[in-house]
Design a protein around this ligand. Structure first.
Ligand SMILES: [Zn+2]
Ligand SMILES: [Zn+2]
Length: 89
């Protein structure tokens, strides 16, 4: 399986030109294959809305997502250049 985002995003240069970037994970929601650049890791929360007592429970274990399905707090696996600079400084 290859990365769906690499296959469909023309902004990728060399890798997408060959059209085959191996997937390392599968999005837990939409099921597309994801390479290490496109995979996001996060957790799933279940909201319970009862009168006067709304609550949010986080399910155990991590989930992997694509960029489209990822919740706001999901993180990229690869460190971004900006994050690397911040960590070094
Ligand atoms: Zn990719
Ligand atoms: Zn997805």
């Amino acid at each position: 399986m290859n990365c769906f985002d690499c296959m469909t995003t023309d902004s990728r240069s060399v890798a997408s030109a060959y059209g085959a970037v191996g997937a390392v994970a599968v999005c837990s929601l939409c099921g597309v294959g994801l390479c290490e650049q496109h995979v996001r890791v996060g957790h799933v929360r279940v909201e319970t809305h009862s009168i006067g007592n709304p609550s949010v429970a986080e399910l155990p274990g991590r989930r992997v997502f694509c960029d489209v399905c990822a919740p706001a707090d999901a993180t990229a696996v690869l460190a971004t250049p900006a994050a690397a600079v911040g960590a070094a400084g």
